[in-house]
Design a protein around this ligand. Structure first.
Ligand code: FES
Length: 137
């Protein structure tokens, strides 16, 4: 393991211990809670929109999960602010693992992408593009 990967590990630990944008919004445009089906951990994401609902203005997340899920949600929350909804939906699993910078075992991929999934699902429900009763786990 090289120094680079060590740096990423420290970054993950730092975000886990001091999560950015942790909390809830008083008046979000949408709120969504989602679960990692493999462990039952949940994350809640509150989002306030701008530009007539096209751009993400503010993000807060809360919940309970492992270091990877919490750190990933924290790092993602910083990137989401200013992103368009279209860009949010374009985020793929590879973008998340790249952001984390460490190798994620197949078992932990669901942890890594939990925050992204909850935000994407919440945005789709908000626009009426996804029936909350029909979310596939
Ligand atoms: Fe539950 Fe990672 S073990 S989110």
């Amino acid at each position: 393991m090289g120094l680079g990967s060590d740096m990423y590990r420290q970054q993950i630990l730092d975000h886990y211990k001091n999560p950015r944008n942790y909390g809830e919004l008083e008046d979000p445009d949408f709120t969504h809670v989602g679960e990692n089906p493999s462990c039952g951990d949940t994350i809640r994401v509150d989002v306030a929109l701008d530009d007539g609902g096209e751009t993400i203005d503010t993000v807060r997340f809360s919940g309970d999960g492992c270091a990877i899920s919490m750190a990933s949600a924290s790092m993602l929350s910083e990137r989401l602010e200013g992103m368009t909804i279209e860009e949010l939906h374009a985020l793929e699993t590879d973008d998340i693992t790249e952001m984390l910078g460490v190798e994620i075992s197949p078992m932990r991929v669901k942890c890594a992408v939990l925050g992204r999934q909850v935000t994407q699902d919440g945005a789709k429900i908000h626009r009426g593009e996804l029936d909350p009763d029909r979310i596939e786990e």
